[in-house]
Design a protein around this ligand. Structure first.
Ligand SMILES: NC(=O)c1ccc[n+]([C@@H]2O[C@H](COP(=O)([O-])OP(=O)(O)OC[C@H]3O[C@@H](n4cnc5c(N)ncnc54)[C@H](O)[C@@H]3O)[C@@H](O)[C@H]2O)c1
Ligand SMILES: O=C(O)C[C@H](O)C(=O)O
Ligand SMILES: [Mg+2]
Length: 623
């Protein structure tokens, strides 16, 4: 029988230990934690349980449970194990996938999503077990890139509602509406207003799919209990003319609210959710750039919130950029010498440049000279070309990084210079795309990068979904050869370079950080999410890959390791929250005890609190 760690043993009384041994004999060891061992109290019986995906376990209900919960006779008599259920489902899934093509040129992503979604609707535990055990195959279905296709087709795919919808029509009602949600505890909310879904633009209310997909990763990667997650869509209208005219559109058919009216809706939502669930964490997702920064500044000092596109993406990019330095055989401290061209000056691009330049400045001494030197390592190109001081109506968020007049002359560049011109003149170590323009890193741009001052030029084609990637790994390796480092926001296959050589295609997606940021914040009980906590998360991700992997060009972990990396990131966030005296503790772990935990004990503490897809003991209560 598998052994139980000392920490876990300490937290269990003897009869629970017996059940734990039973669980260990039925499930992979990593699933069995104290968190999944808590009994669940039910206030419903019979068919109500079978229709509730949180509690339903179908044919896996034992005979004693069927008696206890009024289920006897409501299910076929053969009791099966959870593994037999998964085997049966997987067989059916493979068969259905085969006969349910989505279209002539396409393979089966939407068909797969529909089948998985039906399981999500009837048995959440089983759904997450399938997802976790097949994360490489199904993360790209429930998350990027297929989630984009799902949002684009949401009116046709919609079956059962999931999550909550707040609209501009609900002004004045939100405080009472939040009590319509059935869970008394919510740990994690992902909220979107649907205004910029991946690189697909304004998808209005159909953007709820992205919040659902992000929370699927919170459950699968971070072990947040699926009963305590809440996807939210704030429908303030849409500026997508097609949706405004579409008779099948599910949202408000009016233009988006603007200005103070818009802010007041978001304010009301924040007040309502933090009143009912004071300890909740709110992740802002896919808000158009003009609101992303403003809302972040407005709430980050008072609420437990962060913006994934601005802050999660920045951390993931920093980890990858540091990986690219190490891949050149140089120490991370050489990062401030890297010349970086960024294509895209939206929430993601500016978020990356802000955070990466701060990281450089810290390495250089954190004073004014250091900041100035760090700033000068970045060239930002947007839809109008190179951003310089000469630009009229410059976006205030981009202003600090506009190239100075004095620098331009000797570089032979001017306001609005094209991307290819900038790459030719600057000879950057890195080109990083967050432009949402597929193919932007054209043959010409990649050819120009051959003159890079780096021994291993790095290409980050980070825009999503797949067709928005600035280039493919095939294009990058073909032109730049085996030394190139490649990462993309959506997954691509590695490239066979012949002679047994592989061009590694890394996935540089904020999924490697947001689950750990959320989990670490929850388990530390930090009241806000500080820059230091975000930096600690990024640094842990950066150091996760070992020297050998990095030298091979592997700068991000494979998705199969997402649960492990998330645990490590969460522990780093907890420790930083403690160091900054922001941690207030979680459940029976108070701030003082948290501070006494060693690094290893913090990791064990995180692991113990991660939910796993194991059917818990159920107890029926009448009130
Ligand atoms: N990989 C990840 O983890 C990750 C995270 C966040 C966002 N993203 C992706 O980043 C993209 C951008 O997101 P955003 O919120 O910043 O969007 P945005 O629309 O606010 O910004 C896009 C930026 O690209 C610029 N741009 C447009 N055409 C260009 C061109 N031809 N050359 C150079 N720049 C051009 C625009 O001027 C703008 O500054 C999206 O595709 C999104 O999916 C990826
Ligand atoms: O959702 C993703 O895959 C990454 C990112 O948040 C995005 O907006 O593209
Ligand atoms: Mg996003």
């Amino acid at each position: 029988m598998a052994s139980i760690s000392r920490n876990l043993r300490r937290s269990l009384v003897p009869d629970r230990l017996r059940r734990l041994h039973l669980l260990l004999s039925q499930h992979p060891r990593e699933y069995v934690t104290a968190e999944c061992h808590r009994p669940v109290v039910l206030h419903k019986r019979g068919p109500d349980i079978l229709h509730d995906p949180w509690f339903n376990r179908g044919t896996a209900f034992s005979m004693t449970e069927r008696d206890r919960l009024g289920l006897r006779g409501l299910l076929p008599p053969n009791v099966v194990s959870s593994q037999q259920q998964i085997d049966r489902f997987m067989l059916d899934l493979t068969r259905l996938q085969k006969y349910a093509r989505d279209g002539p040129s396409d393979t089966y992503p939407l068909a797969k999503w529909r089948i998985l979604n039906r399981l999500h609707d009837r048995n959440e535990t089983m759904y997450y077990k399938v997802l976790m055990e097949n994360i490489e195959e199904y993360a790209p279905i429930v998350y990027t890139p297929t989630v984009g296709l799902v949002c684009q087709n949401y009116s046709g795919l919609f079956r059962r509602p999931r999550g909550m919808y707040f609209s501009s029509e609900d002004r004045g009602e939100m405080m009472s509406m939040v009590y319509n949600w059935p869970a008394d505890q919510v740990d994690m909310i992902v909220v979107t207003d649907g205004s910029r879904i991946l690189g697909l633009g304004d998808l209005g209310v159909h953007g709820i799919g992205i919040a659902i997909g992000k929370l699927d990763l919170y459950v699968a990667a971070a072990g947040i209990n699926p009963q305590r997650v809440l996807p939210v869509m704030i429908d303030v209208g849409t500026n997508n003319e097609k949706l405004l005219k579409d008779p099948l559109y599910l949202g408000l058919q009016e233009h988006r609210l603007e200005g103070d009216e818009y802010v007041s809706v978001i304010d009301e939502f924040m007040e309502a959710v933090f009143t009912r669930w004071p300890n909740v964490i709110v992740q802002f997702e896919d808000f158009q750039t003009k609101w992303a920064f403003r809302l972040l500044q407005r709430y980050r000092k008072t609420y437990r919130m962060f913006n994934d596109d601005v802050q999660g993406t920045a951390g993931v990019a920093i980890a990858g950029l540091l990986g690219a330095v190490r891949a050149q055989g140089r120490p991370m401290i050489d990062f401030p010498k890297q010349k970086i061209v960024v294509a895209g000056a939206g929430s993601a691009g500016i978020g990356v440049v802000n955070a990466a330049s701060r990281t450089m400045a810290r390495m250089l001494g954190n004073n004014e000279v250091a900041f100035e030197s760090a700033r000068s390592q970045f060239w930002i190109v947007d839809a109008h070309g190179l951003i310089t001081e000469d630009r009229a109506d410059i976006d205030p968020d981009a202003r600090p990084f506009a190239r100075r007049k004095a620098e331009l002359g000797h570089q032979g560049l001017s306001e609005g210079a094209s991307l290819v011109e900038v790459v030719k003149k600057v000879k950057p170590d890195v080109v990083l795309g967050l432009s949402a323009v597929g193919g932007l890193f054209s043959k010409e741009v990649l050819e120009a990068l051959k003159d890079s001052s780096s021994s291993r030029p790095a290409i980050f084609a980070m825009s999503n979904p797949t067709k928005n990637a600035e280039c493919t790994p095939g294009e990058a390796f073909e032109i730049l050869g085996e030394k190139a480092i490649f990462a993309s926001g959506s997954p691509f296959h590695d490239v066979d370079l012949g002679d047994g050589k592989i061009g590694h295609s890394n996935q540089g997606n904020n999924m490697y950080l947001f689950p750990g940021i959320g989990l670490g914040t929850l388990l530390s009980g930090a009241r806000v999410i500080s820059d230091g906590m975000l930096q600690a998360a990024a640094e842990r991700l950066a150091s996760y890959m070992n020297e050998e992997e990095v030298l091979q060009g592997i700068i991000y972990p494979p998705i199969s390791r997402i649960r492990d990396i998330t645990k490590e990131v969460a522990a780093a966030v907890v420790r930083e929250a403690v160091a900054e005296e922001l941690a207030e503790g979680y459940r029976d772990m108070d701030a003082r005890e948290l501070a006494r935990l060693s690094e290893e004990e913090t990791i064990e503490y995180v692991k113990t609190n991660m939910w796993s897809p194991v059917y818990p003991t159920m107890i029926y209560k009448t009130d």
